[in-house]
Design a protein around this ligand. Structure first.
Ligand code: 3SL
Length: 234
């Protein structure tokens, strides 16, 4: 039976790294990087390149890429695109390639280069992601981007939702997978309400981007599963 492991922080990634070439890794950054990536691709962006720094992103401008950069929740000075999914409408991104850097999400993605397959997950496409994982029947790592190496509630809840989708065909491995699955069960009837205590939701309030929370929690509105391969998400 294939197994599900869960990494609740990028700081723990090294503990799970052995053998990742045989596993599918699901990268999760609900607020907001992987949600924004899903929205941009669903709205017609042709590819997204996650990069480490705003300076690296700017290098892509001369090749016609849109460039986007977020740090600590804010659009980096000099960039018109940040990390709100609401910025990535079809009008803005259809037919475009994007170079993208964020505080946690793009960093987590870059750690996964050696995986069998690296899959981008959000609440918007969670059912489609689970369907692909179930079809492939490979061991899975649910990788939460967290916040600056700390666990966050929203990524752990989505990991739990995907895990619950995969049961009983898959087996939960380790306390982190059980924690995520149980947390999702505990709050699934009112995830937005439960997340009012989340540190990043508090941060959203101080940054006046609360409307992104509702966008990022929409369940299964996108049927596309994007994969990060050879440095490109498409
Ligand atoms: O850390 C990230 O990658 C971002 O998603 C954080 S924020 O939601 O843009 O603040």
């Amino acid at each position: 039976m294939p197994k599900i492991e869960t990494i609740v922080s990028p700081a723990l990634f090294h503990l799970y790294e052995k053998g990742i070439e045989h596993k599918n890794i699901v990268v999760i950054d609900v607020l907001r990087a992987t949600t924004t990536i899903c929205v941009a691709l669903a709205n017609g962006a042709t590819e997204i390149i996650p990069v480490g720094t705003p300076e690296e992103a700017l290098l892509f401008k001369k090749d016609g890429y849109l460039v986007a950069a977020e740090r600590s929740g804010k659009t980096v000075e000099g960039f018109t695109l940040g990390n709100s999914p609401q910025e990535y409408s079809a009008h803005v991104v259809n037919g475009k390639k994007i170079a993208f850097t964020t505080t946690n999400g793009t960093r987590a993605l870059q750690l996964c280069r050696g995986a069998n397959k690296t899959i981008i997950a959000s609440f918007l496409n969670a059912a489609a992601v689970a369907k692909m994982l179930a079809y492939e029947e490979k061991n899975v790592i649910l990788f939460c981007s967290g916040w600056k190496d700390k666990l966050n509630l929203e990524d752990t809840i989505l990991a739990g939702k995907i895990a619950q989708h995969l049961l009983p065909q898959f087996e939960l491995l380790g306390d982190a997978s059980n924690l995520a699955a149980d947390l999702y069960t505990f709050c699934k009837d009112d995830i937005a309400g439960y997340l009012q205590k989340a540190s990043h939701v508090q941060r959203f309030k101080s940054l006046h981007v609360e409307s992104d929370l509702e966008v990022c929690l929409q369940p299964d509105t996108i049927n596309i599963v994007s994969v990060y391969k050879n440095g490109i998400i498409a």
